[in-house]
Design a protein around this ligand. Structure first.
Ligand SMILES: [Fe+2]
Length: 258
């Protein structure tokens, strides 16, 4: 085999720079002398494809991670200064979404989109008056209508950030219900974007297990029972089941309390 053949199977050098420290064996493969190689051309071509696919996926993932961190770092100080409770809720919902999605075998970019949407799902509440948002007793019908505007406000705010374009519909639809009785559009079942169905579940779980002005905190077990009670009406039943299972193994390690 010629050196030219081996150069054809080389993984892109820029990608290598990103990957080599975290991918044992890649550098060794890259450095292998043509005389020592006992792989036939076919195997090398397959290996090349595998490595390049993994390399590009990892490269893309790193770029997305960077975008994730930039988006968070630009928007979180504003959120934290405006509403510390919302900020904490957002982090916990994002952590719970991560616990759920990391067991679903989703592509990395989809996972990141879901996590971003989980983090920003209630950002529209920043435009609602605190007197209504944190009213300790029951809301009037008119006040509830104001609260119901937050998914629309949030989607509008995020629509100005180009990198979050896939996040916008998930934020917009996170209060839809499986039976069609949610808002803002009243869409039902699988018409509700998958990521929005995930957020609906983890958002409800986080809200129930946190102390709020208007309710006492429930235990995780009580919250899961409540989710199960509303599976198939308010929530996607399959996802509730999956969430319960994933919490059994990841609950303690994955919820990031800040
Ligand atoms: Fe919400």
């Amino acid at each position: 085999m010629s050196i030219q053949c081996l150069s054809n199977i080389a993984v892109d050098t820029q990608v290598m720079a990103y990957l080599a420290p975290n991918m044992p064996g890649l550098q060794e493969f890259q450095d292998r002398s043509p005389r020592k190689s006992c792989l036939d051309l076919n195997s090398l071509a397959k290996l090349q494809n595998r490595l390049n696919n993994r390399a590009l996926m990892k490269y893309k993932h790193l770029q997305l991670k960077q975008e994730f961190s930039e988006a968070i770092s630009k928007l979180t100080p504003v959120m934290k200064a405006r509403d510390a409770q919302l900020y904490r809720h957002s982090w916990r919902v994002q952590s719970l979404a991560n616990a759920l999605t990391s067991n679903l075998n989703l592509p990395e970019d989809e996972m990141l989109t879901f996590e971003l949407a989980a983090f920003f799902h209630d950002i529209g509440k920043m435009s609602i008056n605190d007197k209504i948002l944190y009213k300790p007793s029951g809301l009037t019908r008119q006040e509830f209508e104001v609260i119901k505007g937050h998914p629309t406000h949030g989607a509008k705010m995020l629509s100005h950030v180009k990198m979050l374009k896939n996040v916008v519909p998930l934020v917009y639809h996170h209060h839809e219900r499986w039976d069609g009785n949610g808002y803002p559009d009243g869409i039902r079942g699988e018409a509700i974007p998958f990521g929005a169905r995930i957020i609906a579940i983890v958002d409800a779980f986080e809200a129930m297990t946190s102390q709020r002005n208007y309710q006492d905190r429930r235990t995780p077990l009580q919250a899961l029972e409540e989710l199960n009670k509303h599976a198939g009406t308010q929530f996607d039943a399959q996802l509730v089941e999956f969430f319960c299972k994933s919490l059994e193994t990841t609950f303690r390690d994955s919820i990031d309390v800040r």
